[in-house]
Design a protein around this ligand. Sequence first.
Ligand code: PLP
Length: 356
Amino acid sequence: MEQALALDLVIERAAQSRLPQVDLNNPAFGRTFTDHMLSADYIGGKWTNVRIVPFQNLSLNPATSALHYGQAIFEGLKAYKSPAGEVLCFRPDENFKRMNRSALRMCMPEIPEEIFLGGLRELLNLDRDWVPQREGCSLYIRPVMFATDAFIGLRPSETYKFLIFCSPAGVYYSAPVKVKVETHYTRAAQGGTGAAKAAGNYAAAMYPTKLAYQEGYDQILWTDGKEHKYIEEAGTMNIMFIINDTLITAPETDTILPGITRKSVLQLAREWGVPVEERKPSVEEVIAAIQNGTLQEAFGVGTAATIAHIKVIGYEGVQYELPDVQNRPFSNKVFQELEDIKRGRKPDTRGWIMKV
Ligand SMILES: *Cc1c(COP(=O)(O)O)cnc(C)c1O
């Protein structure tokens, strides 16, 4: 059943939906995928073969360049169902722009807006019944692009594949986390790829994260690669502190992933008149602020959890306890505000929502 659309998008529908076999209120996160996926190929200097097809495996040549040299980038965003049953996608234009900045850094081609955003809209429309409506649930959307040349010579690939697929996510409650200040390993170096959502960044973080788990922590508090003195990120989230009623977060340099949650939280903070400082706090400053009682809140911000409260910071073998999560007015308020906007319970006055 093929049907052509304006943007040269071909849709091949799944013969039968797998939805009846899935408990949308409690899906196996990251392992359950919707009926369809978007696929496009970069060949001969242009994007072609743009189609929505039934979700399926790929077949790859063993020399596929991405597997060897890591030209692979991805995005992560979510869609929600409003009380009226509309599908609401949160700031996909920002993911589109960020993916193209990642592409530039990794020597990969830009993806056109009509394929990323136009294709996403069609995909969400086709698989709209997969978007959970229950409080706390969402549809996780994963765009990914990788090098497909079947060539083991080292050079930027000439061909690429772009995919968008989706996975329903059940109620996500993020318990307050214990984080360890990392003073040996580095997530991102000056001049490196830390600002890109490049696959290799996440592979490089796995070993230090495993060591932190073994010490009883949930996540790593990444510090600068030069001196390990300044706090940059928390695991795969941006990090924010409230010290003396001022919100402090690292600025968007080339070692910081420019999070869309970060950007949204900063905008709300400024609208609410909260003083904001975009600078890297030093570890010393944060520990001193915990000790003298001026640190009021510390939290990670990212698409998965929106806000992840930090309850303990471990540094040089000492565990520092942070204020009770109930006594954190800013992060609790900003979480509620963002949830209300994303789920359509508050009007979208900022143009953050793509309605499908
Ligand atoms: C994706 C990501 C974030 C958060 O970005 P969002 O757009 O808010 O989801 C922060 N840090 C790292 C390292 C990331 O990969």
